[in-house]
Design a protein around this ligand. Structure first.
Ligand code: NAP
Length: 280
């Protein structure tokens, strides 16, 4: 069994990114918008800020009160859309219930949509066209490629169908000619389905959800889950029992997680290049 170390690949990709940034004659800019004081969001924004500053990006962290009026938030995003020094805009999810997350997400200019969540980028992804791709799915594909895991014709089961992880990873894999089954909470006999998978991708949000009896011998298991229990992090896969059945597995922490923030920084660069190419 090979443990897929996300930190090693992240560092390799960051070195490549630094070389690309070094050829630019301007500073890249990332703006992160947070609404309210959600503790997990604060941790995620800190991680983004640390890496952005390390790469020499301009970094704006705008925090709105949790009761902010939707129009005020939209006006701020529109201002960032017009700001030539900002290449990427990210609205930290989840948003409070009084806000229309989809409307707010789609206010972000698709050329600055480094989360890849606008209708335009999601549609381009489905049509196999160049687009800004959500960071976690992109990180998963990079990990699979790095370990030279064949995707063409592979039977893949994705557990979870969120717009952030499950759906885009299923689309990316289908675009790469894998045969993909996208499962969710209403799926019947999930364990029977996963037992046929060459690759399982778990994005459920339930600690230890994937157990050894759901995994065939030699399968590749990618664990996206981040579940905090008593201050400790657990994945969606029951790592101690599943690892012995796999050919490859990602640990939590240290697997998919480190890739996500690195892919975000890469998306800021890609967004800059796409925008300049389009003359925007
Ligand atoms: P989400 O939006 O809550 O979606 C969870 C998905 O799991 C839903 O599609 C849900 O099905 C499905 N599900 C729930 N119970 C199930 C069951 N019993 N059987 C099969 N499917 C079930 O979560 P998310 O945003 O995709 O995130 C998933 C996990 O990944 C979370 O732990 C999150 O923290 C983590 N995450 C990690 C990273 C990273 O960088 N490593 C990035 C993003 C997310 P329905 O659609 O039917 O409700």
């Amino acid at each position: 069994m090979v443990e897929m170390n996300g930190k090693v690949l992240r560092d390799k990709k960051l070195t490549e990114l630094k070389e690309k940034i070094g050829t630019l004659d301007c500073k890249l800019g990332l703006a992160v918008i947070q609404v309210g004081q959600d503790e997990a969001s604060k941790v995620y924004v800190k991680q983004k800020e640390k890496l952005a500053l390390e790469l020499g990006y301009k970094f704006i962290h705008k925090v709105f009160d949790e009761n902010v009026e939707q129009d005020k938030l939209i006006r701020y995003i529109k201002k960032l859309n017009k700001d030539d020094c900002i290449d990427g805009i990210l609205v930290q999810m989840p948003l409070p219930n009084h806000l229309d997350s989809s409307l707010i997400q789609n206010t972000v200019d698709s050329y600055k949509d480094v989360d890849g969540l606008t209708f335009i980028n999601a549609g381009r992804l489905v049509q196999g066209m160049p687009s800004l791709v959500p960071c976690t799915p992109k990180g998963i594909i990079d990990m699979l490629d790095y370990h030279q895991i064949g995707l063409e014709g592979a039977n893949v089961v994705v557990i979870g169908r969120s717009i952030l992880v499950g759906k885009p990873i299923a689309t990316l894999l289908s675009n790469r000619n894998a045969t993909v089954v996208l499962t969710h909470s209403k799926t019947k006999n999930l364990g029977e389905i996963t037992k046929n998978a060459d690759i399982i991708i778990a994005a459920v949000g339930k600690a230890g959800f994937v157990t050894a009896d759901m995994v065939k011998d030699g399968a590749v298991v990618i664990d996206v889950g981040i579940n905090r229990i008593d201050g400790k992090l657990y994945g969606d896969v029951d790592f101690p029992t599943v690892k012995d059945k796999c050919s490859y597995i990602t640990p939590v922490p240290g697997g998919v997680g480190p890739m996500t923030v690195c892919e975000l920084m890469n998306n800021v660069y890609e967004a800059h290049m796409l925008r300049k190419k389009a003359g925007k």
